[in-house]
Design a protein around this ligand. Structure first.
Ligand code: MSP
Length: 511
C-alpha cells in the first residue's frame, strides 16, 4: 500500500515564496518520516499553470503563457532541489498526460449526470480564482487575501451538481480524522451547513486552459483542472496516464497538506467531484495557517516579502526548516521574526545540540584514544537511557498525529536533558582521579549515545544536520536496518573511532 502525500500545486504567477516553502518543507518532513517507518511513499508536488491569473501574468510580461509557465515551473523545480525536498512526482498541469486525465474524469462526471449548462453571475477574485459569496458593495469590495477589487462576471458556464452531494459531504467532513486541525473542520462544517451550491466548472473568457470536449469556447475552470493534478501525478509516465492506473497505483491520497485559504476546494468540492467520478476521497486534509512577517501580512506592497532564495543562501537549509517546523504549530498562523529566528537557531541547534556533540566528542577523543569509550559495566539505574526511551516514544506518537512542532520539541528536550546530565556529572572533574575512569567512560558513552539518538530523530526534520551528526559519530547509521530499530538504546559501538570534531552548525549573527 502506498502512502500518498501532496503539497498544493502552486500557481506559477511568481516564483516560490516563503508560504510555499513552508508547506513543502512540512510535507517533506512527513514524507521522510513515513519512509523511515517503512511506508511506500509517493510525495507529490507540482504547479498549477492554467487560468485567468496565469494568462494575465503572462500577458503583462508580454510572453506566451506556455513560455511563462515553462520558465516559472523550472524555477519551482530547481528551488525544491535547493531546499532538499524529497518529492517523488512533480506534476505540471499543462502536460499532455494531465489533460488526458481531466478529459477522462469529466466524461465520468458527465455520465453521472452531474454537468449542466447554466448562467454564472457573480463577483470574482482572480487572485483566488474563486467567486466570492456575494459581498454587497462588490465593485469596491476587496478580496481580504489579495486586497484587490473583485470583477463582475456574467456568462454561460458548465456547472457541476455539488448540491446533490450535500449529505455525503456532511458525512465525510464529520469524520474527525478527515479535516484537521479542529478549527478548520469547524469552519467547513459551518460552510456546508449553509447548503451547498452548484459551481461552474468552465470559462468562456479564458483561453489558457484545457478545452472542454464539445464546447469550443469553453476551457475548464482552473480548480476543476488543478485538483486532478494529484491524480495525474500518480499514473503519469511515458506510456500515458489513466484514472484506472492512478487507482491501481494507490489513489486515494492519504494527506493533502494545504493552507487554510484553499480548504473548501479540497474538503468539499474535491470529494464531491471524486464521488461523482466513482473514485475514493482523500483520507485527510490537513490545513495549515498563514505566515506573517514581524506580525504583518507578507506582501510586495508592504515591501516585507521574505525571499526564500536569500534565506537559503544566508542561513542554509536546516535553520529555516527548524524555525518553520519547531516554532509554528501546524494549523496555527505563524510569524517569521528575524531576531527570534537567529536566537532559536543559536540556542537550539548551535548551543544545545551542536555544542553538546562537539565537546563530548572532544573529551572522548582526548581521554580514550580518539574513540568511543569502552564501557565495561553499565550501572543499573541509567537516567539518560530512560530519558531517551521516553523521548523516542513521545516523538513517534507526536509525529503520527502530525504534531511536528511537538516532535521537534521532544528532540530538543532530550538534548537539554543530556546537557544537564553532563553538567551534573562533570566528567572533566572526575577524570582527575584515576579510580573514576569506569564511571567517566560510562558518562561519556551515555552522552554520545543520546546524541546518536538525537541525530536519528532529526533525520526527517533536519536531514543535513542529522547526517553531520552521524558523520561525527563515525557514520554508524545503516540505511539497510530499519530506522526504528536503530533508535534502541545502546547501539553505539564501544571503542569505535570518532572523527575529529568540526562544528555541525555555525552561530548566526543578527544584523
Ligand atoms: N493553485 C492553487 C492550489 C491548487 S491545488 C490543486 C493555489 N496556489 S497558491 O500558489 O496560491 O497557493 C499555494 C499554497 O500556498 C496554498 O496552500 C496557500 O495557502 C499557501 N500560502 C500562500 N501564502 C501563504 C502564506 N503567507 N503562508 C503560508 N502559506 C501560504 O492556491
Amino acid at each position: 500500500m502506498s502512502f500518498i502525500i501532496t503539497t498544493p500545486l502552486y500557481y506559477v504567477n511568481d516564483k516560490p515564496h516563503l508560504g510555499s516553502v513552508y508547506t513543502t518543507i512540512i510535507c517533506d518532513a512527513i514524507a521522510r518520516y513515513k519512509r523511515l517507518v517503512g511506508e511506500d511513499v509517493i510525495f507529490i508536488t507540482g504547479v498549477d499553470e492554467h487560468g485567468l491569473k496565469i494568462q494575465r501574468t503572462a500577458n503583462e510580461k508580454g510572453v506566451e503563457p506556455k513560455i511563462h509557465c515553462d520558465e516559472i515551473s523550472e524555477i519551482f523545480n530547481v528551488s525544491w532541489g535547493n531546499w532538499n525536498i524529497s518529492f517523488d512526482k512533480f506534476i505540471r498541469t499543462s502536460s499532455k498526460n494531465h489533460e488526458l486525465i481531466v478529459n477522462e474524469f469529466y466524461e465520468r462526471v458527465k455520465a453521472s449526470d452531474d454537468i449542466y449548462m447554466g448562467l454564472q453571475k457573480g463577483w470574482y477574485c482572480v487572485g483566488c480564482e474563486e467567486f466570492k459569496d456575494n459581498p454587497e458593495n462588490s465593485s469596491t469590495y476587496k478580496c481580504p487575501i489579495h486586497q484587490k477589487n473583485l470583477e463582475w462576471k456574467n456568462e454561460e458556464n458548465l456547472f457541476f451538481r455539488l448540491s446533490k452531494y450535500q449529505e455525503q459531504i456532511e458525512r465525510i467532513i464529520n469524520e474527525p480524522s478527515f479535516i484537521e486541525p479542529l478549527e478548520r473542520r469547524n469552519e467547513i462544517i459551518n460552510f456546508v451547513s449553509r447548503g451547498l451550491k452548484d459551481f461552474s466548472i468552465s470559462r468562456t473568457n479564458v483561453s489558457w486552459g484545457i478545452q472542454v470536449p464539445d464546447f469550443d469556447k469553453h476551457t475548464f475552470y482552473v480548480w476543476f483542472d488543478a485538483l486532478l493534478g494529484y491524480v495525474s501525478a500518480i499514473s503519469s509516465d511515458e506510456k500515458g496516464c489513466s484514472l484506472e492506473k492512478s487507482i491501481n497505483r494507490g489513489w486515494p491520497a492519504n494527506i493533502h497538506l494545504i493552507g487554510k485559504d484553499i480548504l473548501r476546494f479540497h474538503a468539499v468540492y474535491w470529494p464531491a467531484m471524486l464521488i461523482s467520478a466513482g473514485m475514493r476521497v482523500p483520507k485527510k486534509v490537513l490545513g495549515h495557517g498563514f505566515l506573517t512577517r514581524e506580525g504583518q501580512k507578507m506582501g510586495k506592497s508592504l515591501g516585507n516579502v521574505l525571499d526564500p532564495d536569500l534565506l537559503i543562501s544566508k542561513y542554509g537549509n536546516d535553520p529555516v526548516r527548524w524555525y518553520l517546523i519547531k516554532d509554528i504549530s501546524l494549523g496555527s498562523d505563524g510569524d517569521f521574526q528575524d531576531k527570534r529566528f537567529v536566537d532559536i537557531i543559536n540556542n537550539d541547534l548551535a548551543n544545545t545540540i551542536g555544542n553538546l556533540l562537539n565537546r563530548t566528542s572532544s573529551m572522548s577523543r582526548k581521554w580514550f584514544d580518539n574513540k568511543v569509550p569502552n564501557i565495561e559495566k553499565i550501572s543499573s539505574e541509567n537516567k539518560l537511557e530512560n530519558f531517551a526511551k521516553i523521548a523516542v516514544e513521545n516523538y513517534i506518537q507526536k509525529f503520527n498525529i502530525y504534531k511536528l512542532d511537538l516532535a521537534a520539541n521532544v528532540v530538543l528536550n532530550l538534548a537539554i536533558n543530556t546537557n544537564l546530565y553532563l553538567n551534573e556529572n562533570q566528567p572533566w572533574m572526575l577524570i582527575k582521579e584515576k579510580n573514576n575512569l569506569p564511571i567517566v567512560k560510562e558518562i561519556i558513552y551515555n552522552v554520545l549515545e543520546s546524541t546518536r539518538i538525537i541525530g536519528l530523530l532529526l533525520l526527517p526534520l533536519l536531514p543535513e544536520l542529522s547526517s553531520k551528526i552521524n558523520d561525527q559519530l563515525g557514520s554508524i547509521y545503516k540505511k539497510e536496518i530499519p530506522w526504528e530499530q536503530q533508535l534502541r538504546w545502546g547501539l553505539l559501538i564501544s571503542n569505535s573511532c570518532l572523527p575529529k570534531p568540526t562544528p555541525i552548525i555555525n552561530k548566526l549573527e543578527y544584523e
